[in-house]
Ligand binder design. Structure first.
Ligand SMILES: NC(=O)c1ccc[n+]([C@@H]2O[C@H](COP(=O)([O-])OP(=O)(O)OC[C@H]3O[C@@H](n4cnc5c(N)ncnc54)[C@H](O)[C@@H]3O)[C@@H](O)[C@H]2O)c1
Length: 250
């Protein structure tokens, strides 16, 4: 997929992996809309990349649909969607005998999984209406999972379940949307240095980094963004979840 003047949407693009992805997409010539709950962050990224900032709580399905429509109105239907929206809130199922509030589990599933699917379905409808390009391709949808989908730690039952849902929907979505020339791919990052997520892991950076087979460090968000751009450019990548983890198995 050629990104020049192509309309692209990045969710969770106000920070971390999403912000870096938005920058790389803009540098490749795409018209980028960033949708994120953080109004200041969204504005800062949009200004930096010359794109569109759309503040929105993606856990609110109606607001998310309105944000999607606004991005379409401003930039035209997207051919690229990169879902980076996500939250992690480690919490034990039993904390000194008290059960984890069900609402806490529901919230992470809402933000990490349901909002990702919501964007996917809206994107698919728009992409399917577009003229096809080389190889009959109409669009690419990339969603961020996590290695916690496979190897979750204590305290990650909700986070792992939400990311496991992202992993599991990639293949059926690719099978279905392939009929319309839309590719669907997942990326499962290991440990990346991002400003707001996984503070705890960052504090333990040295110990965790030493356990990585190679390289012995956290990932750089630019390495994630470069994979996103490669996936967009390589039409044979479809229906898979790509681990990006330096060989790290938790
Ligand atoms: N950093 C890592 O090591 C790592 C590892 C595995 C997976 N991931 C995943 O990568 C993605 C990006 O994470 P990151 O490390 O860049 O974190 P980040 O916190 O820097 O970025 C996540 C963004 O999502 C936004 N967001 C959160 N809830 C939202 C909501 N309800 N509506 C709209 N926006 C919302 C935040 O405002 C933030 O800008 C997440 O899905 C995360 O689960 C990150």
């Amino acid at each position: 997929m050629d990104l020049w003047q192509c309309s692209a949407v990045v969710t969770g693009g106000a920070s971390g992996l999403g912000a870096e992805t938005a920058l790389h997409l803009a540098e490749a010539g795409a018209k980028v809309a960033v949708i994120d709950i953080d109004p200041k962050g969204v504005e800062a990224v949009a200004t930096k990349i010359g794109g569109l900032g759309v503040p929105c709580d993606l856990a609110d399905a109606e607001a998310a649909e309105a944000a999607w429509s606004y991005a379409r109105e401003m930039h035209g239907p997207a051919r690229v969607l990169v879902n980076c929206v996500g939250r992690a809130h480690p919490q034990r199922i039993l904390d000194r005998g008290k059960p984890m509030p069900l609402e806490a589990f529901r919230y992470l599933v809402e933000v990490n999984l349901i909002s990702t699917f919501n964007m996917m379905r809206l994107a698919a409808a728009d992409m399917a209406s577009l003229a096809s390009k080389t190889d009959g391709e109409r669009g690419v949808i990339i969603s961020t999972a996590s290695v916690s989908a496979y190897e979750g730690q204590i305290g990650e039952a909700a986070y792992s379940a939400s990311k496991g849902g992202v992993v599991s929907m990639i293949l059926p979505a690719a099978r279905e949307l392939g009929e319309a020339g839309i590719r669907v791919i997942g990326i499962a990052p290991g440990l990346f240095s991002t400003p707001t997520l996984f503070t705890l892991e960052r504090d333990l950076n040295a110990r965790l980094a030493s356990q990585m087979p190679f390289p012995h460090r956290f990932g750089d968000p630019a390495e994630f963004a470069r994979l996103v751009l490669h996936v967009i450019s390589n039409v044979m990548i479809n229906g898979s979840v790509l681990r990006l983890d330096g060989g790290y198995h938790r």
